[in-house]
Design a protein. Structure first.
Length: 142
């Protein structure tokens, strides 16, 4: 039993994958439906082993109001000891009328405080690890 525990923990990444930033953030206007917020999430894997990214689950807050949710299942190889980028996208929820004003402001080039809060899930040899994501960025979208 001790040997099994040692084997499982030796396969797990030693250090946590680090969330660094969201780049290339843009609002893709869809005249027929909800606009989509798109961007590239930048991470760093400090470990000497590659892992696999299986899930991204992040709430997107615009000026303190939940505007969207990124909920993507994937199977991406995470290279060892390097930065890696994952494309993300989220449909904006327009039910809240205050949010509708914010989205209209996006098209006008107004600045907003955007916060990303949630986690990514990585796997190595069957061991799952959730990496927290918490990031604030002032964004001016056109």
């Amino acid at each position: 039993m001790v040997a099994l525990c040692a084997l499982v923990f030796s396969c797990a990444p030693k250090e946590q994958v680090v969330f660094k930033s969201i780049n290339n953030l843009l609002l893709d206007g869809d005249m027929g439906g909800s606009p989509t917020l798109k961007g590239d999430a930048l991470f760093f894997n400090p470990n000497k082993m590659q892992t696999r990214l299986k899930e991204i689950k992040v709430d997107v807050m615009v000026d303190g109001k939940k505007a969207a949710e990124v909920d993507q299942m994937m199977d991406i190889v995470v290279p060892k000891q390097s930065d890696f980028t994952v494309p993300i996208q989220a449909k904006l929820a327009l039910q809240d009328m205050g949010l509708l004003d914010a989205v209209i402001g996006f098209f006008g080039g107004k600045s907003y405080q955007v916060q990303f809060v949630g986690y990514i899930r990585i796997v190595k040899h069957g061991v799952t690890i959730k990496v927290p994501v918490k990031y604030n960025q002032e964004v001016k979208l056109r």
